[in-house]
Write a protein that binds this ligand. Sequence first.
Ligand code: ADP
Ligand code: MG
Length: 256
Amino acid sequence: MARVFCIANQKGGVGKTTTTVNLAAGLARVGQRVLVVDLDPQGNATMGSGIDKRALELSVYDVLLESATIAEARQRNDKVGYDVVGANRELAGAEVELVDLERRDRRLKGAIATANDQYDFVLIDCPPSLSMLTLNGLCSAHGVIVPMQCEYFALEGLSDLVNTIKQVHANLNPDLKIIGLLRVMFDPRITLQQQVSEQLKTHFGNKVFDTVIPRNVRLAEAPSYGLPGVIFDPSSKGAQAFVAFAQEMVGRIDLM
Ligand code: ADP
Ligand code: MG
């Protein structure tokens, strides 16, 4: 049975998509079967996995509206080594269309259940909001991976997400928990980042992943080639950190 994880943080530009595609590529590299579900209408995880969001015949939108299954909607770019259910702007409309539908927050969960035995990991790239789309992600998942930059307001933003996760845990999905906080775009030369990193460890203890993802330009360049950094430049510091993170995830899986 697949372990299902949301990559979530209601802030934009914090590294959710970079984490999703590089963790997926890292897990594939260590032999895991991986599905990425792009839940962001921006479609960055789709494009960053080498799939053209403008050319999708079926997307996660169709999956949410139950007019397609995961098996029908998924695509694979052999270069990246994992499957993708893509997203594009059409998904923004799902937010409104779902409102009147039954089980509107459980649509994705039902869809993933039908493909569960075909994967070891399902990674859901969430949009930068606590919306109906994110709620579908949180209702589907065993846990949440929270990428964050070690900046001054990081902890403040975190409390909203932690409260949402608590509410979903209490009312909708008793399986849900925070798997861990991933420090990303880390620059050890910046004293403030070191301080915030220490604060995180004090507040969240072993919920902070051991692996730290450094700021690395190769990770930022990779999407324009339609590849995760792990594939684009495997020898880069950023790629190596994500492979280490994939190994950390596999090592922790029995504890989750
Ligand atoms: P989100 O999905 O949370 O909006 P992204 O993953 O798209 O965030 O990252 C925001 C920007 O930061 C992108 O341009 C991305 O390429 C860049 N970026 C993300 N992680 C790193 C990193 N570790 N080093 C350098 N640039 C990064
Ligand atoms: Mg994103």
